[in-house]
Ligand binder design. Structure first.
Ligand SMILES: [Zn+2]
Length: 248
């Protein structure tokens, strides 16, 4: 599943289509996608894992879910969910969720919760975390209302970088570590972006899908943690479970 940085890359790749008119629309989406025909692309935006195609009077929201993908100026063999054809070139979206947004985007999206946005607000994230003390940190990091764009890879790497055990409850983590966590959620996302562009992302994984902790040289734990039930890779030795340390 593409995480926030991958959507930024997509946004950069489609820049040549801004100002261009859609001359033909295809795809197996159940929505009235033909309304896109004749529309001119005003802009492309993103919010976390949402990719937004902005037209004059409405926006198309693409969410890649678990198996979605895209191709620009080339096609995959399977049928596209949505294909936008321009005089020169085309954009293809596969196995994704397509939705029309009629409202003003500022009404729909809180841009300050997007970890990659210029409007990202670390203080706001801190305030939101304060309100959910009983939530496990592995779930909190995947909460798109707090950390839009953070996916499972970023979650695992950020928790490893900050020495925090995924099953720590948010309320038991010291404020200094919470601030570090929030900072790293953004930092690592930009490292992810840089490495992904250089095709060296996986090479830089320290925890995600790894067997051995590079700091302790002992086996990582692989466990489906929290309510989100996503794979966590962590070290019981160097990542602190702050909830366990609590008295009683
Ligand atoms: Zn370790």
């Amino acid at each position: 599943m593409p995480e926030g940085p991958s959507i930024i890359i997509l946004k950069e790749e489609v820049q040549p289509f801004i100002g261009k008119k859609i001359i033909k629309v295809e795809g197996n989406s159940q929505l009235d996608i033909q309304r896109l025909c004749g529309q001119t692309i005003i802009d492309f935006k993103s919010w976390g894992k949402h990719f937004l195609i902005c037209c004059e009077d409405f926006t198309v929201r693409i969410h890649f879910m678990l198996f979605g993908s895209y191709r620009i100026n080339e096609r995959k063999e399977n049928a596209p969910r949505l294909r936008l054809i321009f005089k020169k070139g085309e954009i293809n979206f596969y196995a994704c969720s397509v939705k029309f947004i009629e409202e003003d985007l500022d009404e729909v999206y809180d841009w300050t919760s997007d970890v990659m946005s210029d409007q990202w607000d670390a203080k706001a994230a801190e305030r939101k975390l304060k309100k959910i003390p009983d939530t496990l940190v592995c779930d909190a990091l995947l909460d798109q209302q707090i950390f839009a764009g953070v996916g499972n890879i970023i979650k695992n790497e950020v928790l490893f970088r900050t020495y925090i055990h995924p099953e720590s409850r948010v309320g038991s983590i010291p404020l200094k570590k919470i601030k570090e966590l929030i900072k790293e959620a953004r930092n690592y996302s930009f490292d992810f972006l840089k490495w992904k562009k250089e095709y060296v992302l996986k090479k830089h994984w320290l925890a995600h899908t790894k067997i051995i902790c590079p700091r302790c040289n002992i086996r990582f734990i692989k466990k489906y943690c929290g309510k989100t039930n996503r794979r966590s890779f962590f070290c019981n030795n160097c990542q602190v479970n702050y909830s366990e340390e609590e008295p009683g």
